[in-house]
Design a binder for this molecule. Sequence first.
Ligand SMILES: Nc1ccn([C@@H]2O[C@H](COP(=O)(O)OP(=O)(O)OP(=O)(O)O)[C@@H](O)[C@H]2O)c(=O)n1
Ligand SMILES: C[C@](O)(CO)[C@H](O)COP(=O)(O)O
Length: 376
Amino acid sequence: MRSTAIIVAAGRGVRAGGDLPKQWRQVAGRTVLEHSLAVFEAHPRVDEIVLVVAPEDMSHVEARHLADRATIAAGGATRSLSVLAGLEKATGDVVLIHDAARCCVPSDVIHRVLDGLADAPGAAPALSVSDALWSGAAGKVTGLQDRTGLFRAQTPQGFHRDAIRAAHAASDGAAADDVAVARAAGLDVTIVEGDERNIKITLPGDFARAEQLLGAQMDIRTGNGFDVHRFGPGDHVMLCGVAVPFDRGLQGHSDADVGMHTVTDAIYGALAEGDIGTHFPPSDPQWKGAASEVFLAHACDLARSLGFEITHVDCTLICEAPKVGPHAAAMRKEMARIMGIEVDRVSIKATTSERLGFTGRGEGIAAMATATLVKR
Ligand SMILES: Nc1ccn([C@@H]2O[C@H](COP(=O)(O)OP(=O)(O)OP(=O)(O)O)[C@@H](O)[C@H]2O)c(=O)n1
Ligand SMILES: C[C@](O)(CO)[C@H](O)COP(=O)(O)O
């Protein structure tokens, strides 16, 4: 059974206040939406992700390279219309429809929803109401409500795709959630156990709670990398994905991009997954002359598959020449593109070694880098 996660993120977040819709605001080091996305990316039973984003928010999608990580759909004026737009792009047999605003969703909740779909057309997480329920008016208690059989609904709400697509297509687009749409179409929905941590950021105070929950779960790793390549004949050097004109080239088994190799090794280091040689042995002729982008993309994919987000890389190139400064902006942009992260999370700088040592004598280029990875 292939599954598609549809993460709806096209709302305006009016109740949460602030300058930006809540899904684009930062919590514990990254946006609310990216936290939600990371949970589904790392989930072993999720095969595809569709992100539903308001047409006016596409600049956020571009800045964060989200189209490299998920299929993007344009959202509608109500949550239901946004879900329908996501359903049009989903190819899985089952769909998990999730609020981007529930950015602390534990992986176990997703497992329980998928288990629930084995013998029902719909399954959704909820928590029974344990507090007493009152009715009130003008600041006074006016009565006690029976809480028997009442549940607090959460997401992801899971369904067999074709059934919920037909249900949404037939609905008026005004339902609060997908369970309401499914029930209106006569579909049974199984209740599975939700989780107290699966809060929805709705009001301004919810950001602090999410920060607490996400911060407490964080696993932060730092890796370092170091590499050297010697000069040889040529008319340019590849540095951090940019061909820099020069009167020599760098020698190596691949394209000898010393900066990119160093960042790649820093990422493998943070994951404790060896180095480039472990994954791409120099003895293997298929990597001769390879573009180093292949190595960096592999390290980033490995990080994501293990549930890590690359939050920052810092690379220092050590050489007397060529001059790196004029190319640094292009290098940052290219590295960010390959890594699928924002440019402001990539630092590329350079130094000389004051004419000392092999770099000072102009025999080659050295590079060092650190990478910071976060998992929650
Ligand atoms: N037209 C809409 C409205 C909501 N959502 C998404 O549905 C989820 C749950 O909705 P809610 O918490 O009500 O979000 P908002 O509509 O953004 O909030 P508000 O009602 O305060 O404006 C959110 O992730 C939100 O981005 C959506 O994709 N498209
Ligand atoms: C789908 C939902 O998250 C279930 O709890 C909820 O219905 C979303 O919207 P609301 O407007 O905050 O009720």
